[in-house]
Design a protein around this ligand. Structure first.
Ligand code: DC
Length: 220
């Protein structure tokens, strides 16, 4: 039995998953799960502690909650969300997320977010592993150059010093690592619908995603 109250959005970094998930959650009044942020918070916890059993305790002390439709992370009342968005954290999250302990330690947290109102979950393995019974599964992709350009604009907004060439290289390497890992690799679920956002505005992507949601939930 498919769950009409779960929408999964998987795809590579900077494909536009985050903004689509946010606007879908807002439009439908669903809760948002930004699983990449969880992996970033876990990798931050791992760096502080050096091993998985202490990392899981450190992670459980962080406050992770939806604030005005966005997921935020607080450590001792200080918000660390923008720090976690740093490219350095992204690299360590990509590495630590390939370990089985990491994924095992985060799966229950993610499934506990299922609720009556609905959930939009954004990540790499939402439709394949974490929420396999979701009625709506979208795999969002875009050309690497456009993804790097979007990431550049995003990072420049927070005054991070980056250039296009390095970003393209980083994104390619991260895609490779996310796709090649043994556990929960980045792949489209068999029952997902692929959406290419290369030549679409965020509004056009949202419109298409809402169309997919309506069709998928009418069918199940
Ligand atoms: O979406 P993001 O860039 O914030 O994700 C950060 C890293 O976390 C990314 O390199 C891969 C990992 N990740 C994952 O392995 N599984 C997920 N469901 C989400 C993110």
């Amino acid at each position: 039995m498919k769950n009409n109250k779960i929408i999964t959005i998987d795809g590579p970094s900077a494909s536009g998953k985050g903004s689509l998930a946010k606007s879908l959650a807002r439009e439908l009044n669903f809760l948002l799960l930004d699983s990449g942020l969880l992996y970033r918070a876990y990798s931050y916890s791992f760096i502080q502690t050096g091993n998985h059993s202490d990392a899981v305790n450190f992670f459980s002390e962080l406050l992770i909650e939806n604030v005005l439709g966005e997921m935020k992370v607080f450590e001792d009342k200080n918000e660390i969300t923008s720090f976690l968005r740093d490219e350095k954290v992204a690299k360590s999250a990509s590495k630590i997320s390939s370990e089985k302990e990491t994924r095992d330690n985060l799966i229950t947290f993610q499934r506990n977010l299922i609720n009556e109102n609905g959930l939009v979950a954004d990540g790499r393995d939402m439709g394949t592993v974490v929420f396999p019974d979701a009625a709506t599964k979208i795999f969002l992709n875009a050309d690497v150059e456009i993804r790097a350009k979007r990431r550049l604009l995003e990072l420049q907004k927070s005054n991070q010093d980056v250039n296009m060439r390095d970003l393209i290289e980083d994104i390619r390497l991260r895609d490779k690592a996310d796709q090649a890992r043994e556990i929960s690799p980045l792949i489209a679920a068999e029952d997902s619908i692929e959406l290419d956002s290369t030549n679409l505005t965020p509004q056009e992507v949202l419109k298409k995603a809402l169309g997919i949601y309506r069709i998928q939930t009418a069918e199940s």
